[in-house]
Write a protein that binds this ligand. Structure first.
Ligand SMILES: [Zn+2]
Length: 284
């Protein structure tokens, strides 16, 4: 297997995997979607009863325009920066699931209306680097006499349990393809023009009686022409899939970098096959 990085930013990765079958590339895709762990809010404790503003002496109702469950769900979906070297699942922690600085993070929220509560209003108790990554996400609106006072606990989980723990999004795998253009007998300019106008993303160009492929620099684009072949029944455009060469792309919500998520997925797959190998070896 050979790896070629085509695009890398903190949240996006696109690679070419040479010498990889479709099932292998797909296994990496599935591991990325469901097995990479991260922190997400799991428990929210809402203050019940009136809330008094100590400076003004004004009383507020501890209610919002939404049910507490809906507010809690919204909090759960917020991306939290996760250092997997520092945090682990509660079930794997030395505290035996009681909760400690290695397996959970506490947040507080204290807002009085009228206002909109944003993700930035959820502040970590302790390390400020654990602040929510998308501070401008609106959570709920508070009326003139409404207030929200709550404590939230984030824990490590993976998308196998709930999609709020899903790190990688828009994970796609596609085989590499080769484009061949050769005007076949019986094929006319009208036919070639039709191919050019039907090609997605302007990948084919017709000029001076010649049809050319324009996606040369990005090798992952050729596969997009797979459905365009049928616009010429003479076979002037041929797209051949190379099932030993795949492109994989992913985005993350920022909780982990794209590189960290990719590395974790590969390590996780390796670990699972290692377990299987040991089990096979134990067969007498
Ligand atoms: Zn712990």
């Amino acid at each position: 297997m050979e790896l070629k990085v085509l695009h890398l930013t903190p949240r996006e990765l696109k690679v070419e995997l040479a010498g990889t079958t479709t099932p292998q590339a797909n296994a990496i895709r599935r591991a990325l979607l469901t097995d990479v762990p991260k922190l997400a809010i799991e428990d929210v404790e809402f203050h019940l009863g009136p809330i008094r503003d100590e400076t003004t002496g004004k009383d507020y109702d501890s209610s919002t325009s939404m049910f507490d469950e809906a507010v809690a769900l919204r909090l759960g979906l917020l991306p939290i920066p996760t250092d997997l070297g520092q945090f682990r699942r509660k079930s794997e922690c030395t505290c035996k699931g009681e909760g400690c600085p290695h397996c959970q993070v506490m947040y507080s929220i204290d807002k009085k209306g009228p206002c909109t509560v944003y993700a930035r209003d959820l502040t970590p108790l302790g390390d400020p680097s654990l602040a929510i990554l998308e501070p401008e996400v609106p959570i709920v609106q508070l009326g003139a006499r409404q207030a929200l006072l709550a404590y939230a606990t984030a824990v490590v989980g993976s998308a196998r349990d709930h999609s709020k723990w899903q790190v990688a999004h828009a994970v796609g795998v596609q085989p590499a393809a080769e484009v061949r253009i050769q005007k076949k007998p019986g094929c006319s300019d009208t036919c070639l023009k039709r191919l050019a106008s039907s090609a997605p993303a302007g990948l084919l160009e017709f000029s001076g009686g010649k049809l050319t492929y324009t996606g040369g620099e990005d090798p992952s684009k050729a596969v997009l022409l797979l459905g365009t072949q049928r616009y010429c029944e003479h076979g002037s455009l041929q797209v051949r899939l190379n099932e030993d060469d795949h492109f994989l792309r992913l985005e993350t919500d920022g909780s982990l970098t794209a590189r960290e998520a990719f590395r974790y997925a590969l390590k996780d797959l390796k670990g699972r096959f290692e377990e299987l190998r040991e089990a096979v070896q134990a067969i007498p």
